[in-house]
Design a protein around this ligand. Sequence first.
Ligand SMILES: Cc1cc2nc3c(=O)[nH]c(=O)nc-3n(C[C@H](O)[C@H](O)[C@H](O)COP(=O)(O)O)c2cc1C
Length: 329
Amino acid sequence: MVQLGPHRIAPPLWLAPMAGVTDRDFRLIVRRIGGVGVVSMEFLSSKAIVNGNKKTRELMYFSPEERPLAIQIYGSDPVAMREAALVVQELGADICDINMGCPANKVLKGCAGAALMGDLKLAETIIRTVRNAISIPLTVKFRLGLDNDRRNYLELGRICEANGVQAVAMHARTAREMFSGAADSSWHHLARLKESLSIPVIGNGDVREPDDALRLLAETGCDGVMVGRGATRNPWIFRQIAARLAGSGVSEPTLEDRRELVLSHFRLVAEREPSTFALHKLRKFTGWYTHGLPNGRHLRQAINQIPDVPSFLATVEAFFDGTAVEQAA
Ligand SMILES: Cc1cc2nc3c(=O)[nH]c(=O)nc-3n(C[C@H](O)[C@H](O)[C@H](O)COP(=O)(O)O)c2cc1C
């Protein structure tokens, strides 16, 4: 359990913020399956929030069913970050999270995301300015450092703690590594961070299976676990980790569970998105959801030719019905 201000996060499991993935529909799907403690919105530019950018404001929509929910902001201007954090608070988010780990060039160029690990003075000013402005819990997500020669996560962690941040999450890779290499070979850094801080530390990086989460907790002493890509392939992972934490076995989703998940997610997307964007999204998620399913490859090939959302849904439905018949035979 992790206490973040008034929120008791139990089980202490976070859905990681992922741009283009953790939108409202996906967050709802993960929340409805259960087991997750906090769901995170993808990172949003503080400037875009402050300028009232329409697309960004639309992305900020969430439903009460998602709570507790964290909204993550990024930027390098302390004033814009403060104003954006105030918007996050006004919208009713449970947690405001600051991104200090994004390695994308577009973000680094603006000296935001992981670039702030190269300027801890500015990082501290941002943290202090935001912390003083809002009353909801504040968390910061970062990496090990910019590269192997500049692993300064302990310093940044201490800055967070000294400035009233409620918890930190660390992805156990450097910015230079992006997503390469095995993060679990760097989990010992999570253990060091945990030893050095008294605020909760959430460990992140390469938790793909429920047992990876248990291993991370046991090896690092972290207070919680954050899962990103593992949840796109297996949105049941939080429920499975929670079961393992409670001492029970892991149950695999049935074909019927998968059918329900895929179709309910896709209906949510179809209700809201303009159709070409919806198709793009549906293809992406179909790829993840059908990984490892019998004949999943056939479906993935078939959907590339589908021109509209209703035929897409019909094809996915027929796929599951056909697979169910095959299994029963
Ligand atoms: C498609 C994608 C988008 C991401 N977007 C964000 C983001 O908006 N904010 C952030 O802090 N991290 C972002 N990340 C990093 C994840 O939150 C997480 O730290 C990383 O994927 C490692 O965890 P995992 O091995 O469980 O996926 C993103 C990762 C992916 C794969």
